[in-house]
Design a protein around this ligand. Structure first.
Ligand code: NI
Length: 212
């Protein structure tokens, strides 16, 4: 448990230097969680509030997707951003590996990547990114408000952090991998750095449970 807490803390420090043309404009909707990282970690670790809920976002092909599209499958939901230099790619690779290990059982599991940086992560940009990891990975983006709503529902902490240089920023964020059942209900989360083997170990027995 101590190791997990340290990993979570490290995942919050997702910092890199990235130049972007999409600079922050004064007057943009604030791009961050409504609660602190500590508060959100406490809610998750002690199951203080429900996790997850409905969403309506746009996928990497430009199509509207809602949570209802994935009923009947387990959902593996991960929040991050494509410019994240370290934690996001590592966890997405582990998710991809877990899907490969599951073989044909993976058809019943839907991996979903939701950006916490909708300003830079357009559908077109997500299309390039998700295909680097797994053909079945769906990338979702939306308005700043829509992203904040879904992130708050999943108890995800994220905050834009300005970097040196005009318009540069990174996004601090918690990096939990959420496992949802076939009805969209929360089952639990994997901390950042979880191995593919561990994910498979937890997911496999859940695949035998039918949707209600
Ligand atoms: Ni990240």
């Amino acid at each position: 448990m101590i190791a997990n807490v340290i990993r979570l803390a490290i995942a919050l420090a997702c910092v890199g230097l990235w130049l972007t043309l999409a600079s922050a404009h004064a007057g943009d909707a604030p791009t961050q969680s409504t609660r602190s990282a500590a508060e959100i970690m406490d809610i998750l670790m002690w199951n203080r509030e429900p996790v997850g809920g409905p969403f309506a976002l746009t996928d990497q092909t430009g199509h509207e997707r809602t949570d209802r599209d994935f009923r009947g499958r387990l959902m593996l939901v991960y929040f991050g951003f494509t410019y994240c230099p370290d934690v996001c790619p590592t966890d997405l690779q582990a998710i991809a590996l877990a899907l490969d290990e599951l073989g044909s059982d993976a058809d019943s599991v839907q991996p979903i990547f939701i950006t916490v940086d909708p300003e830079r992560d357009t559908s077109a940009h997500l299309a390039e990114y998700v295909s680097l990891f797994h053909p079945r990975l769906i990338g979702l983006t939306g308005s700043a408000d829509a992203i904040r709503k879904v992130a708050d529902a999943y108890k995800v902490y994220y905050a834009k952090v300005p970097l040196e240089g005009a318009g540069d920023y990174t996004v601090d964020h918690t990096a939990y991998i959420y496992l949802m059942d076939r009805d969209g209900n929360y089952l639990g989360f994997f901390p950042p750095g979880t191995s593919a083997d561990r994910m498979v170990e937890i997911i496999k027995p859940r695949l035998k449970e039918p949707a209600r």
